[in-house]
Design a protein around this ligand. Structure first.
Ligand code: PMP
Length: 401
């Protein structure tokens, strides 16, 4: 009798479970609010990407409900065929204005931007130069591109310059060179030196692509992102991508730059052309999120005030908080078992903060990754800090006194 061809599914899953590498996913029962219900327990959310607390903002919810009433539940098609709604166009116009770009293009997700656009920007005759800690969606886009690839040391512009110098000597000459970096690195919370990256890249005639998923709503004037943070312009950073799934509180990817860029992108990205467009509620909620960012810039200030308070308190307690420069604060504990234990005990005490362990980060670099949220109150922060202090001492991660 022939072997069951599906047996690898169970075998591989069991292997993951045995090595404790399987995802143990918790369930949110209700909205993603600072205090929320997860697996039947009321806990303080400290690990969502909901930086500005917009996931449950009344204006976003109302916009979504209204759009269902006026435009229905779905768009009916991919945008290129019959699913291009006035709401999608309005969203792109609003985003371009917010980003101070000539044009913006919205994709279904940020993953769809990176995996769909990068392979069109570069191909076999080109070189793509990537920071060693770039997000997985960039890595997938680069893989699909078939371009030659080079990796530079994390956030190290001298190493980037070395790679670009070497590339100049390449024969035959590359048709195009694309330098790609995350804006804020999602595991460590540090900020790419985009000003220097743009300078070095410009000197070598290379294009710059920044993934600002964690910089939007956080950095720059009114949360306009990393390009604004470094006072750069579109000649220096030609391709700025981002997502509506983090600070904007909804879902969807986007790219901003010149009109030539967006015309090129929608005509060529297979992820954009071959996949259904956002339901009206999503597009309308994203527009409302831009309204909130434009009209309530104090949310960004609150986010930073909370971030400074949390980082200082955690550091005063004796925790190693890494080298973050953003509302992402990793609590470095080293071994995976310690991170998992800390996370489990925090949950029991009423704080939800996920452990990040190998293979997401290098072995010995396990951590709890916390992400600040402007919707937390000072009392919420004290509660979270108190829980960390208590369990940090209990697990001997920090000193007793
Ligand atoms: N880039 C970075 C740096 C991210 O953290 C993420 C989300 N994890 C993405 C891209 C993908 O964004 P989306 O959730 O919109 O697919």
């Amino acid at each position: 009798m022939s072997r069951d061809p599906t047996s690898f599914l169970g075998d591989e899953y069991s292997a993951l479970v045995q090595s404790d590498l399987d995802w143990k996913i918790r369930t949110l029962q209700g909205p993603s609010t600072p205090w929320c219900h997860i697996d039947g327990k009321k806990v303080l959310m400290l690990c969502s990407n909901n930086y500005l607390g917009l996931t449950n903002h009344p204006a976003l919810k109302k916009a979504a409900v209204d759009a269902v009433t006026t435009h229905g539940a779905g768009s009916g098609s991919v945008r290129a065929i019959a699913g291009n709604m006035d709401l999608h166009i309005q969203l792109e116009e609003r985003l371009a204005h917010f980003k101070r770009a000539e044009a913006s293009l919205v994709y279904q997700t940020g993953y769809a931007v990176n995996s769909g656009l990068i392979p069109q920007l570069v191909g076999e005759q080109d070189l793509v130069v990537s920071d060693e800690l770039n997000h997985g969606s960039i890595i997938d886009g680069v893989r699909l591109s078939r371009a030659e690839r080079a990796v530079y040391k994390h956030a190290d512009t001298a190493d980037l310059a070395r790679v670009l110098d070497e590339a100049e000597k390449h024969s035959p000459q590359y048709r195009r060179i694309l330098v790609i970096t995350d804006g804020v690195f999602s595991m460590d919370g540090d900020i790419a030196p985009l000003d220097e990256i743009a300078k070095v890249s410009g000197e070598h005639g290379a294009l710059v692509y920044v993934d600002d998923a964690h910089g939007e709503g956080v950095l720059g004037e009114g949360g306009r992102g990393i390009v604004s943070h470094f006072h750069l312009d579109r000649r220096q950073v030609q391709i700025e991508m981002g997502t509506f799934s983090k600070a904007f509180g909804v879902v969807g990817g986007h790219v901003s730059g010149s009109r030539d860029l967006t015309n090129f992108a929608y005509n060529k990205s297979r992820t954009w052309l071959l996949s259904g467009s956002h339901p009206p509620a999503v597009a309308a909620a994203c527009i409302a999120a831009i309204d909130v960012l434009e009209n309530e810039p104090e949310r960004v200030q609150t986010l930073w005030r909370h971030t400074r308070h949390f980082k200082k308190s955690m550091s005063d307690l004796g925790f190693d908080i890494g080298k973050s420069e953003s509302p992402i604060t990793p609590i470095m504990v080293g071994e995976a078992e310690v991170a998992k234990k800390l996370s489990a005990r925090l949950f029991e005490e009423g704080v939800f903060a996920l452990p990040i362990v190998f293979p997401m980060v290098a072995k010995g670099k396990a951590r709890i990754r916390t992400i600040m949220n402007a919707a937390l109150t000072p009392e919420d922060l004290d509660f979270a800090i108190g829980a960390f202090g208590k369990i940090g001492k209990e697990l001997a991660i920090v000193a007793q006194h």
